[in-house]
Design a protein around this ligand. Structure first.
Ligand code: PHE
Ligand code: FE
Length: 289
């Protein structure tokens, strides 16, 4: 899910110099395929009317509804034709420069294991269900695909500007936990939400969190929690707008400005915010009590 913590600093045995490993699809057991099917069935029921049109379309055009953990080779044939993206397997979290290099070149790094049956609801490291079910449908969307590749190049730049903290928040609040205002209503496109049974209801239906209009600088100042539901979600007007604003803004002066400003706590509302739904914060209060 997140790309900011790293366990290893060189490719482990069996991995190539660029950290990739063969998916080795044959090694998955019937129980592991069944775990995928269980997770898939429960999310697929929940997401029509909740997930963005782009995500739903991606699921469909990539034939992700076939039983079992998808074979990357098959998936990549379709994906390559649609947007030039590929999914590649890596042994775990990889260093930032490796992550960004793959992303800038339209290679999405994905976990190579699936969670255990007792971890259906929560998992600390991204597994194949989060990475493939959550992220890959969005890679079939041409505009979002361009955004993610631009993000990879932005990451390479941010490394040199000592600004990963800010760029990482942009990833968190768009790619992982983003909402979009569609003509039919608010929808989910963030992969961390889409792959979570509980958060895919909480993010849209619960009265607790704030839902705030997306603003690059605002998002980059905002702290986030990796171990619980978000308390602020940011809503983009369209993928075209997300792409346009992020590509047209030179982040270097923005980073310099942000380094002078305080971070914004997770549930806070700022005077300049365009608040689409103001949350009760009941959920967060309940957890603190
Ligand atoms: N415009 C960003 C920069 O100047 C690059 C970027 C584009 C980052 C799109 C994220 C998404 O660094
Ligand atoms: Fe993720």
């Amino acid at each position: 899910m997140a790309e900011e913590t790293h366990v290893l600093d060189r490719p482990p045995p069996g991995a190539a110099a660029d950290w990739t490993v063969p998916q080795d699809w044959e090694r998955f057991t019937p129980e592991e395929h069944a775990t995928w099917d269980t997770l898939f069935a429960r999310q697929a029921k929940l997401l029509p009317g909740r997930a963005s049109n782009a995500w739903l379309r991606g699921l469909d055009v990539l034939h992700l509804d076939r039983p079992g953990i998808p074979r990357y080779e098959e998936l990549n044939e379709r994906l390559m034709k649609l947007t030039g993206w590929q999914v590649i397997a890596v042994p775990g979290l990889v260093p930032d420069d490796v992550f960004f290099d793959h992303m800038a070149n339209r290679r999405f790094v994905a976990g190579n294991f699936i969670r255990r049956p007792d971890q259906l609801d929560y998992l600390e490291e991204p597994d194949v269900f989060h990475d493939v079910f959550g992220h890959v449908p969005m890679l079939a969307d041409p505009v979002f695909g361009d955004y993610l590749a631009a993000y990879g190049r932005g990451g390479q730049r941010a490394l040199g500007l000592d600004a990963l903290k800010y760029l990482g928040r942009l990833y968190w609040y768009t790619v992982e936990f983003g909402l979009i205002a569609e003509p039919e209503g608010m929808r989910i496109y963030g992969s961390g939400i889409v792959s979570s049974y509980a958060e895919s209801r909480f993010a849209l239906d619960d009265p607790s969190p704030n839902r705030i209009a997306f603003d690059i600088a605002r998002v980059m100042r905002t702290e986030y929690r990796i171990d619980d539901f978000q308390q602020n979600y940011f809503v983009i007007p369209s993928f075209d707008e997300l792409l346009r604003q992020t590509v047209e803004t030179d982040f270097a002066p923005l980073y310099e400005m942000l380094k002078e400003q305080p971070d914004i706590p997770v549930a806070a509302i700022e005077p300049e915010d365009v608040v689409l739904t103001q949350g009760t914060q009941d959920y967060a209060r309940g957890r603190a009590a």
